[in-house]
Design a binder for this molecule. Structure first.
Ligand SMILES: [Zn+2]
Length: 230
């Protein structure tokens, strides 16, 4: 069989381009349900790429939008803070369709947050729920201030701060301010983890479907995210 050398060269060039662009398109195949531990590994690898300045920037590829036009298949749920410096997709270097994200100041848990997480657990079959606190959280800082000061805020904001204040009640106020804030951020993330684990439908999913709820803290100075031990 005769093959035109020009066609062969064109084929090789096109194949090389497809391979190269494909490699940059995504860090994650997004075709199978990941276990909680596999999902943590994906997030850790993505965070490492971000810290090393080697982000794959999957979110830049327009083809991702077409792929998820009708259906989404995220591999992890992230409950994070609204803080503009703490975008989960960027700090975990993930693209469109990878993460189911709920963001609220101070990554607190309320009924609507629980409802959103329940949707992703029940209908998207997610196995991992990450509560992501972060260094220098303004909401936690405000909750550490005196209750009188916090009460001067609008009613709804004041209520949000009350939730955080409950979560950080055991933090030692005598500690130096930076350490105290870091301890409060961690305690606040752990409190949200505990609250979520106690939601009956999530407790059932933990027992029967292998769902895990874990806490993590993002460090703005280093870019690193640390998953919290039990
Ligand atoms: Zn925050």
């Amino acid at each position: 069989m005769f093959i035109d050398p020009r066609s062969l060269i064109a084929f090789i060039v096109l194949f090389a381009i497809a391979t190269l662009t494909g490699a940059q398109e995504t860090s994650h195949p997004n075709t199978e349900i990941l276990t909680a531990q596999q999902a943590i590994a994906e997030l850790e690898q993505g965070n490492r790429r971000c810290v090393d300045g080697k982000s794959a920037h999957g979110h830049d590829a327009g083809r991702w939008r077409e792929r998820f036009l009708v259906k989404q298949k995220p591999f992890a749920i992230v409950l994070g803070c609204s803080d503009s410096r703490v975008a989960p997709e960027l700090l975990f270097d993930q693209g469109f369709g990878d993460l189911f994200v709920i963001r609220v100041a101070g990554n607190i848990v309320d009924d609507d947050v629980v409802g959103s997480i329940q949707y992703a657990v029940e209908h998207l079959d997610n196995k991992l729920i990450v509560v992501l606190g972060h260094q220098n959280c303004g909401a936690v800082t405000a909750a550490l201030s005196s209750p009188d000061q916090a009460r001067s805020e609008p009613q709804e904001l004041s209520r949000l701060l009350d939730r955080i204040r409950l979560a950080i009640a055991l933090v030692d106020r005598e500690h130096e301010s930076t350490q105290r804030l870091a301890e409060a951020v961690e305690a606040n993330a752990r409190a949200s983890v505990k609250q979520l684990r106690n939601v009956p439908s999530i407790a059932k999913a933990i027992k029967e479907k292998g769902v895990e709820v874990v806490g993590a803290v993002y460090h703005i100075d280093s870019g690193k995210t640390t998953f919290l031990n039990e």
